[in-house]
Design a protein around this ligand. Structure first.
Ligand SMILES: C[S@@+](CC[C@H](N)C(=O)[O-])C[C@H]1O[C@@H](n2cnc3c(N)ncnc32)[C@H](O)[C@@H]1O
Length: 230
């Protein structure tokens, strides 16, 4: 069992494709993609997995000269789009999710995920799955919404229904909008505690996404980096 994922609705998947494929000048280009590149550039002969790979754009932002990429995605429409856009032999796209990735035990060198962990309700289950698939010493990088910036996130929604840290409704994203989405804005300390409980050392947690010319007081994203213990 897992929570409802709006992106598995074909109309909403199409709305995401339209938005993400528009040329943008957002935090993605300025901060997230360069970070993914430098993180992957340090790896050699590594199998790098992206959880929640969407229509595949992040597969074109990491360094695959010496590495292989596997995107795991629960939306069939987004998976089909990723396979069509990124048919390179160094890239593979599979149906799966953060709780059941379909990957083998201790087979993966590094996992990253961008804009997904705030769609994941049960972080303990997701972290247990990351522990299962990563090799000892394997790296994890999660870019997700910053709970401390919840009011900023609420402002991206039209008439949001807010229940504690859960925000639901129509949301505006750079490049477009989606008729429905649900965010679970996990507190960074809850993420840290859950990772440690599941056998990770947390290397760093830092805010990102401070905006362009108009600086935000808080980053809307956090980047969590962790290492699986041996
Ligand atoms: C905002 S999109 C980001 C897609 C991609 N990571 C990117 O940066 O372009 C969120 C993605 O998370 C996926 N998703 C939602 N719940 C998920 C879960 N439990 N496990 C894995 N992916 C999930 C959605 O299907 C969607 O593709």
């Amino acid at each position: 069992m897992r929570e409802k994922n709006s992106f598995e609705d074909n109309k909403i998947a199409q709305q995401w494709i339209t938005a993400i494929e528009k040329p943008q000048d957002s935090s993605r280009e300025r901060e997230y993609y360069p970070l993914l590149y430098s993180w992957s550039h340090d790896m050699h002969d590594a199998t790098i997995v992206e959880i929640g790979s969407g229509q595949g754009i992040c597969s074109s932002k990491i360094d695959l000269v010496n590495n292989r990429y596997i995107g795991v995605e629960p939306s069939q429409a987004l998976l089909d789009r990723a396979k069509a856009l990124y048919p390179e032999p160094s890239k593979q796209f599979l149906l799966g999710n953060s709780y059941e990735s379909s990957l083998s035990d201790a087979s993966i060198d590094a996992v990253f995920s961008v804009g997904v962990w705030f769609h994941v309700e049960n972080i303990d289950r997701a972290h247990a799955e990351m522990r299962r698939i990563l090799k000892p010493g394997g790296k994890l990088l999660i870019l997700t919404g910053n709970h401390a910036a919840q009011s900023q996130w609420e402002s991206f929604f039209e008439n949001p229904v807010v229940t504690g840290n859960i925000i639901e409704g129509k949301v505006y994203v750079p490049g477009g909008s989606m008729d429905h989405n649900i965010l679970y804005l996990h507190d960074s300390e809850d993420l840290r505690t859950s990772l440690v409980k599941n056998g990770f050392v947390v290397d760093s947690i830092r805010e990102m996404g401070f905006g362009g010319k108009q600086k935000r007081p808080l980053g809307i994203f956090i980047c969590v980096q962790a290492t699986k213990l041996g």
